[in-house]
Design a protein around this ligand. Structure first.
Ligand code: HEC
Ligand code: HEC
Length: 627
């Protein structure tokens, strides 16, 4: 495969031409027809001769010459290379556990891949397709981008709230930039001066000045914004577009179609302002869609193509008049989209059908599917993951509106408190629950199969159980292969390793002091949060059941504290933003462990210990060797 290397200056000039050209053409299309139009030749040169450099940071990428596709396969832990001409897989290389995002260098010769669970960045050559090296980066790396000179690569270390800066000559992390919580999506300005970062659970965007690596501004896209893991810069109009959802938690009667809304938020990159009037409400522009995940523009910037992880489809929208041009079905669990350089085809990476959809952008039809990997999951776990993630089946979701993944992304939580029929309920992280039944804050469910009620009542699906109608008291296990598969998938999720431990997995000195405090009999934490699960699987009234709207309190199921480092906000109604608030602010009468007499330093140590709690199996994933 031949990439088209071009010097940064030529690339910038070329990109200026592309911008100039598309603005001129929009203002006066008739200029095309004027033979005397002076810039004509140069515009053609700018448009056609030099291909658009790759700014890809998605789960799929295409070399600038359009010949080779690369796709990450999260479950297989691999990256596949596909020849676009023959529509066949060329090779597949194992990179790490749970790879999520890849970035091509601007000239298309190198590939950078983040693996979320092994906390690595794998650097590959695209031709011949081979692994160069693998680096340890910050915990839970997600977004990755290369700067226009390919000297530096930026990685969003989502588990440590920072961006790692990697020097590609030395192959090492040379700096880190602290950010707000959960940085995930990354995009870099064409001239390399600004980095844009989405924050997953808040939908805010940090603007980072790359000349001094400082955060210039944090832009809010609204308090309901959630699950923002992608940001894409428009090729010509100086705006950034974020696919995400809005969580309508103030809704007192959460019904599927009034609970979550799929949107595209728009940011003006000149004024750094969120443009509320330009936001696209996707269920209005198109039809109900679930989990907008990635988007790609046509090279003139007039069309936007959006894929949805949950509903498994694609919208093509005309940006100028905000109208739908097409809606097409793709495979299961699409996470990424890229267009061919001539805008004739779109390629969609389907993470759950393990293939790439090829869409003809003239007819908007899916013309073929290219197999890219073979899932290593057992058929039951694969089925369960699909039922959890996808809203396509009317049995799990009405109108494809929502799926379990919409609130429990990656089996975790959305950081929100919903007004459920039991009272206000903070979404729980599902990792590790196989060992901590009963379920729910109020312990009213004793098996994951009871979440048939969630399917029917919250998601308005027709249900996975045919007959009989489910009952909470009786066992619903063994009655439906699909319901059992969903339960098996949920129970297969392990708590994640804590980034607050030392590299070898041991406690920091503060956490070790906190551990001693936690186990002190008079403080009393370990009486209820009994190791190794850090719960006694019982209900206790610790004085928190007095909130407004509570119908099932005052007793709550002691939550397991494994993985509590990423489970904020805390307590059944999410009233405690931090762990300090749990043990001090919301424990005024010492009913929740005796903490009143602890010094501030002791409280800090106790919190350090809580932040370090993980599951016994958490670290197995993290032991992978890095050369
Ligand atoms: C609208 C957001 C939302 C959706 C959609 C959703 N959940 Fe939940 N989930 C929650 C909230 C909030 C809680 C806490 C409720 C409680 O404990 O009373 C919860 C709790 C749970 C628990 C209990 C965990 C524990 O350890 O106690 C399980 C299991 C669960 N959900 C599974 C599912 C499954 C399976 C689906 C899909 C069929 C699903 N959820 C869909 C918000 C959601
Ligand atoms: C009498 C039993 C009991 C004791 C003692 C106890 N806890 Fe708890 N803990 C609970 C219960 C029950 C909840 C849930 C209460 C709620 O959600 O309103 C809880 C919640 C928590 C949470 C919030 C977890 C989350 O995911 O939201 C943390 C953190 C916590 N406890 C830490 C501690 C610490 C530290 C101590 C010792 C100072 C302690 N607990 C002592 C029973 C106990």
């Amino acid at each position: 495969m031949e990439a088209s290397p071009a010097s940064p200056t030529i690339r910038i000039v070329s990109s200026l031409f592309r911008r100039l050209c598309s603005s001129v053409l929009r203002l006066a299309p008739s200029l095309w027809l004027t033979p005397f139009f002076v810039g004509w030749i140069f515009i053609v040169w700018g448009l056609l001769v030099l291909p658009e450099p790759a700014h890809t940071a998605s789960s799929i990428g295409l070399t600038p010459d359009g010949t080779t596709l690369f796709v990450v396969n999260p479950d297989s832990g691999s990256v596949s290379a596909i020849a676009t001409a023959s529509e066949t897989k060329l090779a597949e290389l194992v990179v790490g556990r749970d790879p999520r995002i890849l970035a091509l260098s601007p000239d298309g010769t190198r590939l950078y891949v983040t693996s979320q669970a092994s906390a690595t960045l794998t650097i590959l050559d695209t031709h011949p397709f081979s692994i160069r090296t693998k680096l340890r980066v910050g915990p839970e790396p997600y977004g990755v981008v290369a700067d226009p000179n390919d000297h530096l690569v930026y990685v969003a270390a989502s588990g440590a709230d920072r961006i790692d800066v990697i020097d590609t000559a030395l192959n090492q992390v040379m700096d880190t930039i602290p950010t707000q919580a959960r940085p995930k999506g990354l995009a870099i300005a064409e001239d390399g001066t600004r980095l844009y970062v989405t924050h997953f659970l808040s939908g805010t965007v940090s603007v980072i000045d790359l000349t001094d690596r400082s955060v210039l501004e944090v832009i809010s896209t609204g308090i309901e914004s959630n699950m923002a893991q992608r940001i894409v810069l428009h090729p010509t109009n100086n705006r950034a577009y974020l696919p995400h959802i809005r969580s309508n938690v103030s809704n007192p009667h959460p019904l599927f179609d009034t609970t979550l809304f799929p949107v595209i938020s728009v940011i003006d990159l000149v004024t750094n302002q969120h443009l509320l009037t330009e936001r696209l409400e996707l269920s209005v522009v198109d039809r109900p869609v679930n989990l907008p995940f990635d988007l790609a523009f046509s090279s003139d910037g007039q069309r936007m193509h959006i894929v949805y992880l949950g509903s498994g489809d694609l919208s093509v929208i005309d940006l100028e008049n905000r109208e739908l041009l097409a809606h097409t079905e793709v495979g299961d669990g699409p996470r990424g989209i890229v267009l061919s350089p001539d805008d004739r085809a779109a390629y969609v990476a389907n993470s759950l059908s393990d293939d790439v959809s090829v869409i003809d952008l003239n007819t908007f039809e899916e013309v073929t599917r290219i197999p890219v990997t073979t899932s290593p999951l057992s058929p039951q776990l694969h089925r369960g993951k699909l039922l959890f993630t996808s809203s396509r089946s009317t049995r799990v979701s009405r109108d494809r509106w929502m799926s379990c993944e919409s609130c429990h992304f990656d089996g975790e939580q959305d950081g929100r408190t919903w007004l459920f029929p039991d009272g206000p309920r903070n979404t729980t992280n599902l990792r590790g629950l196989a060992q901590t039944h009963p379920l729910h804050w109020s312990a009213d469910r004793d098996e994951v199969q009871d979440f048939e009620f969630t399917i029917r009542e919250l998601q308005a699906g027709t249900g996975l159980l045919e007959d009989p109608h489910p009952e909470l008291g009786q066992s619903n296990a063994g009655l439906s292969a699909d319901l059992d598969a969903l339960a098996a998938f949920v129970e297969s999720l392990h708590p994640k390793p804590s980034p607050f431990r030392l590299a070898d997995g041991t406690l920091t000195p503060e956490a070790a002091r906190g551990q001693a405090i936690f186990y002190r009999a008079e403080v009393g934490c370990a009486a209820c949060h009994v190791p190794p699960l850090f719960t006694d699987l019982r209900v206790h009234d610790i004085g928190t059941g007095n909130g407004p709207g509570e119908l099932l309190g005052p007793g709550f199921d002691t939550p397991s504290l494994r993985g509590v480092w990423h489970a904020a906000p805390y307590l059944h109604d999410g009233r405690a933003p931090t762990l300090r608030d749990v043990v001090v602010t919301h424990n005024p009468t010492d009913r929740h462990g005796q903490t009143a007499y602890l010094s501030e330093a002791e409280v800090q140590d106790l919190v350090a210990f809580l932040l370090s709690l993980e599951g016994e199996k958490s670290r197995v994933q993290d032991l992978e060797r890095v050369e």
